[in-house]
Design a protein around this ligand. Structure first.
Ligand code: DC
Length: 644
């Protein structure tokens, strides 16, 4: 799947059970591997980044198993060493695996090579390597100085004393040193140089180390004393909390899409800093409720969300969700102190700015900030995701603005949340579509228009678009054999619809498109794949709150394949011929029953046999045979279906 099209949504409400936290999962796995004894891990996240860590641990000789039924992992710790002393490890783009493993391996007396995907090789690691070298580790750059891949060689470790590490690029360097230094057995002090960013992630590290028996003394956020003479010991069973960063998308969905939306797996007592995303959301006006193991968000009672100006250094990952939430506020929003975004899965400041502009926002991008001004109306767009799971996930929220959105390369969410889009679709309600098709003269046009009026929905008569292309071609002297030019005409069609009237470049062509020439031309252009493709987005744009009734050949199969209601309206050829005969008589026009019937039968056969968008009832469409029904009964039937 190269892309995923999310339809415009009416709103969001419901409950989502969160997958396990990435940060806690990978830290717990490494600590369990370094500990004495067996650790049972429950609710571990199942995702690419965790797979990279599990693969690496296995390659290093750490035994682990997974009980599929209870989804429990059992890790047999190596008591501070890795049995395998020579290994080549590939760690993808998993920073939470790469940094801590680098530190642990550098102190464990083996020879190791660590590499990742190209983007991993662009993410700095020099500050961590500098820290490790201060205790004697032999870590070399196998590619560019300061960046992975790395080559680690056995070395004489000189433990103790003070290790200095920069804290203003990535907090993961400090996390890695903290987790590895107990392996030396000697008390070591870490001094942080520069302002420490993403402090809550350090709290997670310290909390988990404590569970494994190592209590680091923290002096403010600048000095950390790792005790000597201690070893990691398995605490027995560890439960992994739900991922608080992943929670941000659903909480924002509740705030933007009405809600309430509840996430389960994190709550009041969470050790993850990203639960504070909920606080940020409440400054926008969202209603937030927090329980022991859940958080819930609902739209502001006062209407639109409020514009914000926030320092988001403490929640760098969840803050991306706020950049998209900014689209739904009442003014320019400022996201400050987010420089670390530049060294994540992609340059997230640049990526978010580019993609937010695509949906219509005005964005100012700085070295460490973004200023997002929401547009009056969102524009449908194809979002590039830069192999960054969070870009993909947060842009799904655009659909809650009643705007369709395409997510390119949606599988990048596998990094942390493989089932993200399924869960999102569990809580988001698509703008409903009633798709009506059927043979010529079945009355589908009349029924569709009345159903739309009764429901207060928008109405799309897709056949008139093909008729308009034909008329435009006739006017412009374009041949009906020239598919390329016809597709260009279709793409730029200056069509406008008013109730019961159709305009082409502001000329009323309601009757003109019903002429014989246009009907014949329409059926010719309608079998051209390029013409159909050129009209696709235009048709999808009719899907707007509160709903759409769409009539025509491929409404339920191609244009709105996810339509909740699909109707195939038909009647016997004889009945349809009789109805048409009556219509013509009423208009005072000459008509012949036999030739009308033959025309219809020929047309049915042609429509059913054509290779492109043939006439046929879809398996998931409801058959409505109107042979014995009048129009009120037919409309009543469709309304019942649509309402249920
Ligand atoms: O429904 P109508 O007669 O106005 O349609 C005009 C032509 O366009 C007819 O040949 C069927 C074709 N058509 C189509 O191929 N796909 C649609 N969605 C609607 C109409």
């Amino acid at each position: 799947m190269d892309f995923l099209d999310l339809p415009p949504m009416l709103g969001a409400r419901g409950c989502v059970r969160l997958p396990g936290s990435k940060s806690i999962s990978n830290r717990t796995l490494l600590l369990a591997a370094l500990a004495e004894g067996k650790t049972e891990i429950r609710d571990l996240l199942a995702s690419d980044d965790i797979e990279r860590m599990l693969d690496a641990l296995r390659a290093l000789g750490i035994e682990w198993s997974r009980d599929g039924e209870s989804d429990t992992y059992r890790v047999t710790g190596g008591a501070g060493t890795f049995p395998v002393k020579h290994a080549d490890l590939f760690l993808g783009n998993a920073g939470t695996a790469f940094r801590p493993l680098t530190a642990a391996l550098a102190l464990s007396g083996g020879e190791y090579r660590l590499s990742g995907v190209p983007r991993m090789h662009e993410r700095p690691i020099g500050d961590l390597v500098d820290g490790l070298r201060q205790v004697g580790a032999d870590v070399r750059y196998a590619g560019t100085e300061g960046f992975p891949p790395l080559h680690i060689l056995p070395a004489v470790i000189r433990p103790g004393g003070v290790v200095r590490v920069r804290g203003d690029v990535s907090s993961q360097f400090l996390t890695a040193l903290l987790m590895a230094l107990p392996l030396t057995g000697v008390e070591t002090t870490i001094e942080v140089v520069g302002e420490l960013i993403s402090k809550p992630y350090i709290s997670i590290t310290l909390e988990l180390m404590k569970r494994f028996g190592v209590d680091v003394r923290r002096e403010g956020w600048a000095r950390f004393v790792v005790p000597g003479g201690v070893r990691y010991r398995s605490p027995g069973t560890v439960f992994v909390e739900g991922d608080a960063s992943s929670a941000s998308y659903f909480l924002a969905a509740g705030a933007i899409g009405g809600g309430p939306v509840r996430v389960e797996g994190v709550g009041r007592d969470s050790i993850q800093g990203d639960v504070r995303f909920a606080e940020a959301l409440s400054t926008l006006g969202a209603e937030i409720r927090v329980g022991d193991n859940w958080i819930e968000a609902e739209a502001s009672r006062k209407g639109r969300l409020k514009a914000f100006d926030l320092d988001l250094n403490h929640i760098p990952d969840a803050a991306m969700t706020l950049a998209v939430a900014a689209l739904f506020t009442d003014g320019p929003c400022r996201l400050r102190n987010i420089a670390s975004w530049r060294v994540k899965e992609t340059d997230r400041i640049a990526a978010m700015a580019t993609e937010l502009r695509k949906v219509g926002a005005t964005v100012e991008e700085g070295a460490d900030y973004l200023c997002v001004t929401p547009p009056d109306e969102l524009t449908a767009a194809a979002i590039d995701t830069y192999d960054d799971h969070r870009v993909a996930m947060c842009f799904s929220l655009v659909s809650l603005g009643g705007c369709r959105v395409r997510i390119n390369d949606p599988r990048c969410v596998n990094k942390t949340f493989p089932t993200y889009f399924e869960r999102f679709l569990d809580i988001a309600q698509p703008v409903p579509v009633v798709a009506i098709d059927g043979p010529s003269a079945s009355g589908k046009g009349a029924v569709a228009a009345r159903v739309a009026a009764a429901l207060g929905y928008h109405y799309l008569d897709s056949g008139s678009l093909y008729r308009l292309v034909a008329l435009a071609a006739i006017k412009a002297g374009v041949s009906f054999d020239d598919e390329r030019s016809l597709a260009e005409l279709a793409a730029g069609l200056p069509a406008r619809f008013e109730p019961a009237r159709v305009f082409l470049a502001d000329v009323d062509v309601t009757d003109a498109i019903r002429s014989e020439d246009c009907s014949a031309g329409a059926s010719r252009v309608a079998v051209m794949p390029d013409v159909r493709a050129a009209l696709l987005d235009r048709q999808r744009d009719y899907r707007r709150v509160p709903g759409l009734v769409a009539e025509g050949r491929d409404m339920g199969s191609v244009v709105f394949s996810d339509a909740a209601t699909k109707i195939f309206l038909t009647a016997t050829a004889e009945t349809r011929a009789e109805r048409r005969y009556k219509q013509l008589m009423e208009k005072g026009m000459a008509a012949n029953m036999e030739s009308l019937l033959k025309d219809l039968q020929d047309r049915d056969a042609r429509d059913a046999a054509r290779p492109v968008a043939p006439l046929k009832k879809l398996p998931d469409a409801v058959l409505l045979d109107t042979t014995e029904l009048d129009i009120d009964q037919a409309v009543g039937f469709v309304l019942d279906r649509a309402r249920s």
